[in-house]
Design a protein around this ligand. Sequence first.
Ligand SMILES: C[S@@+](CC[C@H](N)C(=O)[O-])C[C@H]1O[C@@H](n2cnc3c(N)ncnc32)[C@H](O)[C@@H]1O
Length: 138
Amino acid sequence: MYNKLTLGGMEQDIKEWYVDYPQLKGYLMEHTCHGDKIIIPGCGKSLLAEDMAKDGFTDIWAFDYVQDCVDFLNERLAQEENSLPSGCNLSYSLGDSSNMDNLEDSSIDVVLDKGLLDAVVTGKSQLLAQTYVYALQQ
Ligand SMILES: C[S@@+](CC[C@H](N)C(=O)[O-])C[C@H]1O[C@@H](n2cnc3c(N)ncnc32)[C@H](O)[C@@H]1O
């Protein structure tokens, strides 16, 4: 599905893969807490993290290995910052799911993967998928 957004004065169509926050909300309310430390690997240009933050989730880090996605979301964050609840810790950065060695063990409560694992599994390397899943288990 596509969201129409205005960013830097320009209207853009941004792809949200599979489902959006309203569709996921019931599941997230059932299985997570608002204060959980949540990571969203392979965030693309998805507004999922932003919508979750606006709805009360307080600690979200989303990353992608494509610089353009991270730049887009950081620009969007700067534009939307005043709409986020105070004390909310939402950040976007460049990151590669096949190398998450710098994450401390048991430091994450929830991994919200929407479209990354299947992209990796259907790609060339099964090893990359295994490395990613192994890292998440830590
Ligand atoms: C199918 S898109 C899903 C995007 C977003 N999660 C959504 O639901 O709209 C997959 C995303 O994973 C990212 N990606 C693929 N391999 C990655 C990796 N090893 N590390 C980080 N991001 C990766 C791609 O750049 C792309 O943005």
